[in-house]
Design a protein around this ligand. Sequence first.
Ligand SMILES: [Zn+2]
Ligand SMILES: [Zn+2]
Length: 272
Amino acid sequence: MAPSCTLENGIKLEHPNPPSAIRWWLQQLIPALCHECRRVIRAEHFDDPAAPFLCNTCLKKLPWFEPQGRCPYCGLEIEPGSKTPCSHGVSRTWHLDRLRSAFVYRGILQDWVLSFKFGSRQSLSFLLGRLFALGMIGQGVEKDFSCMVPIPLHQKRLRSRGFNQSLLLAHQLLKNIKAKPSLLRPRVLRRVRETIPQTELPYPERLKNPDDAFAVGDSVPPGTILLIDDVMTTGSTLNAAARTLKASGAERVSAWVLCRSVIGNDSRDLIQ
Ligand SMILES: [Zn+2]
Ligand SMILES: [Zn+2]
């Protein structure tokens, strides 16, 4: 049986990629240290689905996203049993058919994402990709998508950063959920307009900033297209990407994000 642990919220995490016998013996010789608290995690290796990156204690402390009480399309808080439809934080048409997030964007997750993106610590993609997969597996998601499309960067941004963080995450995610590598289709969507980084804009500007930022590259595959992004703030970027894909014939567009930045229902509380 795959190693597993149960979080306080009842979500059960199973090891997406249990260690082989050779790796197990190697880890007895060279003990792995927890990425966060630096404790040796060898002893509890088989109980810890995040090994060899995090110990069980640090794994449970992460800000896991709770889908209950959240809008399934955008992740904002909704009143249980409320008849009022969610505004999704934007005044325009919402094009995403489903949103899943592994974490809330705060605490150590926020620090790791910032180091990954802006501190050029590409090696964090292994840890973040594993955690991303654990979050999705813990929520019992179906692998019912026909392809995975990471949100592209504009060529200029790609040159200055040197890598696309969403592409690296998607690559690690596929490995960790044991899906076929051929499902990754990074050329389906292109970024044709350079947008000002969302972090540099006031909230109302963020809502319209990514309009017309995307175009379709490769032909749009049938079935559900799954967008992958590192952080969702207002949702404008993902909504614009979904709109572009649907205008080119996509049947369904869902999104999985590593983190959803949300405090409460008030859009002004959204952080980045
Ligand atoms: Zn630890
Ligand atoms: Zn919503």
